[in-house]
Design a protein around this ligand. Structure first.
Ligand code: AMP
Length: 312
């Protein structure tokens, strides 16, 4: 499989009720690649500064991730982000964002990155997402993430790129904001009408929903008793989804396949949040992921009684 992801590579300082870590390796493309590399080769595209260490690059290369498209800007600084979570781990406060080299980022993909089967456009300026799409040679499947900042400030550009991708993968609040529709089902329908063949709404602790012309699928998050750091949950979920899709080269990418992909994304994201930063993703094995996918399958089944049984 070949999978290209464009997005941030960062240093993160994160505080949660369970502790604090400074300048951990993070960024959307990092979490995504650590998740997607469970399924095959990933190429992250993103900039780093002269402060980016060789040891961080080695971590990014976990499970064979190819770093040829990581753009080094020796006299610049790597993107820095600081955030704090309260007891409600679904909400966080961003304390600091220093764009550094990410501010002047102009993605230039290598020939190998352009040749990908699956392309994930991480949360960057929509015109840059368009430029990455222009550079790629007709990937089999494309998905896009964004955030409220781009929805507010560059909605028209964002809609233009949404029109060109197969899947929109956003938080449910972002989907409502983008469409102005309070009902998630109606909001997702509106996005489908723009062009994509699927919408995946992330709902944090409550799971994720898939809406496509074939129907509706809802999956809870994996039930965890301990969540230590939710950072990167969305990006590792996206990495799991896209990694699974990219690995299924012979199959049609339909509602059923995307539902299974969501189960893999959910399982990987559940491991991610059990420890700080990327720690758990780095040493995560596929057998552990598969066991949680099996458990998710088990907990989402129920018996539909016949009418006779119900009214007896
Ligand atoms: P998530 O928790 O899945 O939303 O992802 C958190 C990751 O996104 C962190 O590792 C941050 O470095 C990165 N991040 C935070 N803000 C931004 C931003 N404005 N643009 C790109 N990446 C960001």
């Amino acid at each position: 499989m070949s999978l290209t992801v464009v997005g941030s590579i960062a240093y993160d300082t994160v505080k949660t009720p369970f502790g604090e870590r400074e300048r951990m390796l993070g960024g959307a493309a990092t979490y995504f690649a650590l998740a997607a590399s469970q399924f095959g080769t990933v190429r992250p595209v993103g900039p780093v500064g002269g402060d980016f260490g060789d040891s961080e690059l080695e971590v990014l290369r976990t499970r064979g991730t190819l770093t040829d498209d990581v753009q080094f800007v020796p006299d610049g600084k790597t993107f820095f982000w600081a955030a704090e979570y309260g007891w409600d781990l679904n909400t966080r406060e961003t304390l600091d964002t220093q764009l550094g080299v990410f501010g002047e980022f102009e993605p230039q993909l290598s020939e190998a990155a352009r040749d990908c089967d699956v392309l994930f456009l991480g949360n960057i300026q929509p015109t840059l997402q368009s430029s990455v799409l222009d550079q790629c040679h007709n990937p089999r499947w494309t998905a896009l993430d964004s955030m409220n900042y781009w929805i507010d400030s560059t909605r028209d550009e964002l809609v233009k790129v949404i029109e060109r991708v197969d899947c929109v993968l956003l938080n449910d609040a972002e989907i409502r904001e983008l469409t102005g529709k309070p009902s998630l089902a109606a909001a997702a329908r509106e996005i489908l009408a723009m062009g994509p063949s699927s919408v995946i709404a992330k709902q944090g602790e409550y799971g994720a929903v898939l809406v496509s012309p074939e129907g509706f699928f809802s999956l809870p998050a994996f039930p965890l008793e301990t969540v230590v750091d939710p950072t990167g949950a969305g990006d590792s979920f996206a990495g799991g989804v896209c990694g699974y899709v990219a690995s299924q080269r012979e199959r049609q990418i339909d509602h059923a396949l995307l539902s299974t992909a969501m189960a893999y994304g959910t399982a990987i994201a559940s491991f991610n949040v059990e420890e700080f930063g990327i720690d758990r993703l780095v040493r995560l094995g596929f057998a552990e992921i598969n066991a949680r996918v099996g458990e998710l399958h088990r907990i989402t089944q129920f018996t539909h009684p016949s009418v006779e049984e119900t009214v007896a």
